[in-house]
Design a protein around this ligand. Structure first.
Ligand SMILES: [Ca+2]
Ligand SMILES: [Ca+2]
Length: 401
C-alpha cells in the first residue's frame, strides 16, 4: 500500500510512504495520526494488493497538482516556463506509467509478504537423511501468479529469436501433441512464432537457461533484438552465451528471476496460523491442504492438474493418448490458490528453481503426468540438468521485486 500525503497547502513538499504491513492496521494508524495532525490530506486510494506502479501514480498526481497551482503564478514568463517544465515531466511520467502497467499486466504477479517468516519445521526433502527446512524468506517479493504461458513465451521468442542463437525455441514445442505448443515459421534471421491451441497453456520444453534468459528479457523491459547484452544475456543473470553449469546467481538488482527454493516453497506452502493457516504455518500441498489434491478442473477446492487413481485430469481417463493435449489453462483450478494467490504450484508442470544439487537445478511441484502426491512439500527430487529441455512436464514461473 502506498499513501501519498500532499502537504502543498502548507509548503511545497510531498512524502510517499511505501510498503507498510499489515495493511489494515497500518492504514488505521496513519489515518489516526494524520487526523490528529490537522494537516490537509490527499490520500491516494490504494488497491487491495500492492501495485508496483503506484509510486508513479502518486508522482503523476503531485505534478498535476503543481501544474494547477502554476496557473496562479503572476509573472507570465515564469508561468509559461514552469508550466512547460511540469508538462514535460507529466508526459514522461505518463509514458513510464503506461510501460509499468503494461509490464505489470504481462507478468501477472502476486505479493508474497510476511517477510522474515521462519522455515517450515517439517522436512522439505524426504530423499535426504535428517530434516531439511525450507520456506524462510527475509524480504517481501512477488511471484508469478501462474506458470509462464505460451502467450508470454511467444512474445519473448518473437522479440529476441528471429535468429535463435541460444536455442530458446525447441522444435518439439510444435510436435509433441500432449503439450503443444508453439510453431515456428520462416528461416533463421526471420523466424516467427505462433501459439498452437490455447495461449494460456503453460510452456514446456524449456531449460533452466531458457528461463534465465526470459527473466533477463523482462528485466530489460522486453526489448526486441538479437540475443545479446541488454536483451537475453545480461540483466538478472550474466550469461553472455553460457548454456551449461550451475554457477549462475541472480544479480543483486535483478527485477525478475527464477525463484529460489525458499521463495518457491514459501509461495506454495506458507500460511501463517494467525491468518487462518495450519498450526505450524505450512501446508503439505500448495492447495492449502494436508491432503493430496483431486484433479477436477474448475472452481472446486483442492484440485490440481495431476493424476488421481492414474486418471489424467483433463480426460479423467487412465490411458495416455498421443494426440491428446493434457495441459490446462493457467489458473484453471480456480478454487485452489495458495495462501498468496498463486495457482498451479501443485501439478500442471514441474517448475525450475535456482536450488542446486550437484550439477542439477531443483524442480518442484509435480507435473500433469505425476500422481497427486508429487506436489507435497517434502518431495524434492534430485533435480534436473539445467541444460535439459527435452521434457514435456517441466516449465517455470518467475519471481520478482
Ligand atoms: Ca530429509
Ligand atoms: Ca506447477
Amino acid at each position: 500500500m502506498f499513501i501519498g500525503i500532499d502537504f502543498q497547502r502548507k509548503k511545497e513538499q510531498t512524502t510517499v510512504i511505501g510498503s507498510c504491513r499489515p495493511r489494515v492496521l497500518c492504514g488505521l494508524l496513519w489515518l489516526t495520526l494524520l487526523a490528529l495532525s490537522g494537516i490537509p490530506l490527499c490520500i491516494v486510494p490504494s488497491a487491495v494488493a500492492a501495485d508496483p506502479c503506484d509510486t508513479i501514480r502518486v508522482q503523476v498526481r503531485v505534478v498535476q497538482a503543481k501544474l494547477a497551482k502554476s496557473k496562479k503564478i503572476p509573472d507570465p514568463a515564469r508561468r509559461r516556463k514552469t508550466s512547460k517544465r511540469l508538462k514535460k515531466q507529466l508526459r514522461q511520467l505518463r509514458t513510464d506509467l503506461a510501460a509499468c502497467v503494461s509490464l505489470s499486466n504481462f507478468t501477472n504477479m502476486v505479493d508474497v509478504g510476511n517477510a522474515g517468516n521462519p522455515t517450515d519445521p517439517a522436512d522439505g526433502d524426504e530423499l535426504t537423511g535428517g530434516v531439511q527446512h525450507f520456506g524462510a524468506v527475509a524480504y517481501d517479493f512477488r511471484m508469478g501468479k501462474t506458470e509462464v504461458t505460451l502467450n508470454q513465451y511467444v512474445s519473448f521468442l518473437n522479440a529476441v529469436a528471429k535468429t535463435d542463437t541460444y536455442g530458446l525455441y525447441n522444435p518439439t514445442m510444435a510436435t509433441n501433441q500432449n503439450v503443444r505448443g508453439i510453431t515456428r515459421t520462416g528461416s533463421s534471421g526471420n523466424y516467427a512464432y505462433t501459439v498452437i491451441g490455447s495461449g494460456d497453456h503453460p510452456v514446456t520444453y524449456v531449460s533452466w537457461f531458457d528461463a534465465a534468459r526470459f527473466c533477463n528479457w523482462l528485466h530489460n523491459d522486453r526489448p526486441s533484438g538479437a540475443q545479446g547484452s541488454g536483451t537475453t544475456e545480461t540483466g538478472a543473470y550474466t550469461l553472455n552465451g553460457a548454456d551449461n553449469g550451475v554457477g549462475f546467481v541472480r544479480e543483486t538488482g535483478a527485477r525478475f528471476w527464477i525463484p529460489s527454493e525458499d521463495e518457491w516453497y514459501k509461495a506454495a506452502y506458507h500460511h501463517p496460523a494467525a491468518d487462518g493457516g495450519p498450526a505450524l504455518n505450512y501446508w503439505t500441498y500448495p492447495t492449502r491442504t494436508v491432503m493430496p489434491p483431486d484433479n477436477l478442473v474448475g472452481g472446486g477446492a483442492n484440485q490440481a492438474n495431476c493424476r488421481v487413481s492414474n486418471k489424467y485430469s483433463v480426460t479423467q481417463n487412465t490411458t495416455l493418448v498421443p494426440t491428446q493435449n493434457y495441459l490446462s489453462n493457467a489458473g484453471a483450478y480456480s478454487g485452489s490458490p495458495s495462501h498468496y494467490g498463486t495457482f498451479d504450484q501443485a501439478g500442471s508442470n514441474w517448475e525450475w528453481t535456482d536450488g542446486i544439487n550437484g550439477m542439477n537445478r531443483i524442480i518442484r511441484g509435480g507435473g500433469w503426468n505425476n500422481d497427486n502426491l508429487a506436489p507435497r512439500s517434502s518431495n524434492r527430487p534430485a533435480g534436473y540438468d539445467p541444460t535439459l529441455e527435452n521434457d514435456y512436464t517441466v516449465g517455470f514461473r518467475i519471481a520478482g521485486q
